[in-house]
Design a protein around this ligand. Structure first.
Ligand SMILES: [Fe+2]
Ligand SMILES: [Fe+2]
Length: 188
């Protein structure tokens, strides 16, 4: 694991690496609470933002080679797909074949319908790691330890509101993921 950590450290700027380490530590802690293999969170955590600053040409090359179908929002906001490119690099450069880990990397930015517990842990850890600061984060940190789905929903809604305030496009997965949870909860 030290090799992975060193490689990531060499790739990312100091601030992004600090964030990454925070995500790993937070996710491992949440894995203990929810009975998930912490190794998966370590792999997903270290690599989730590995390609965050990949150049447009390289992103498009991977998209083409892997036949990844981008939706309109992704085409207009290529930074949104850094989870997709990171999953490809995780598979090819780090020999990670665990689809649960790759999915958690893939969907960490905008979620998906039917998030697994690991997906939710990574999404929430990304939002509450120690370097993050925003109104309501302490409440979210507490909730994360009690109910990962509620915490995911809260983090997702925070992210949707943030994107609206910034006049940016909302990824359809985020809306569908939120709707799916609301539907499930009204059926129960
Ligand atoms: Fe990210
Ligand atoms: Fe991140």
């Amino acid at each position: 694991m030290k090799k992975l950590k060193d490689k990531v450290k060499g790739k990312l700027k100091k601030k992004r690496f600090l964030h990454t380490e925070g995500v790993v530590d937070t996710a491992v802690e949440l894995c203990k609470i929810y009975g998930i293999d912490g190794q998966k969170a370590i792999l997903a955590g270290y690599l989730h933002d590995y390609t965050k600053y990949m150049k447009k040409d390289e992103i498009l090359e991977i998209v083409k080679r892997e036949k990844i179908k981008l939706n309109e929002v992704e085409k207009h906001n290529l930074f949104l797909v850094h989870g997709y490119t990171a999953a490809v690099v995780a598979r090819d450069e780090f020999a990670i074949s665990d689809e649960e880990v790759l999915d958690a990397i893939r969907y960490h930015t905008f979620g998906r319908v039917n998030m697994t517990i690991l997906d939710m842990i990574m999404y929430v850890a990304d939002a509450i790691e120690p370097e993050r600061e925003y109104d309501g984060i302490e409440q979210l940190r507490k909730l994360a330890k009690k109910d990962i789905e509620k915490a995911y929903l809260m983090a997702l809604e925070h992210s949707i509101k943030y994107v609206i305030d910034k006049n940016q496009m909302i990824h359809p997965n985020s809306i569908e993921s939120r709707n799916a949870i609301l539907m499930k909860n009204t059926e129960e």
